[in-house]
Design a protein around this ligand. Structure first.
Ligand SMILES: [Zn+2]
Length: 85
């Protein structure tokens, strides 16, 4: 398998510069003030700091779905914590 280092397949973490790993699963996405849960999505994750990035193609598709209301609404109980600041 040929893979060129620094090619467009390998992404570097914007936060710490580590090589990011492609993953599949669910992520949460905050757009404007709304929080979305996205399932079965491909994303890049930094193994070092946990930074997650969607591919441009994937996020484009998600924005289209949101624009057309192609999502279901589920009720979640989200644990909310207060910080100490
Ligand atoms: Zn990182």
């Amino acid at each position: 398998m040929r893979a060129s280092k620094g090619g467009d397949r390998s992404m570097k973490c914007a936060a710490c510069g580590n090589e990011m790993v492609e993953k599949r699963g669910e992520i949460d996405l905050r757009i404007n003030t709304k929080l979305y849960l996205v399932r079965n999505v491909c994303y890049e994750e930094c193994p070092s700091c946990g930074e997650r990035v969607l591919s441009p193609r994937e996020s484009q598709a998600l924005y289209e779905k949101i624009k057309h209301g192609e999502f279901v609404e589920e009720i979640f109980k989200i644990p909310v914590l207060e910080g100490t600041c």
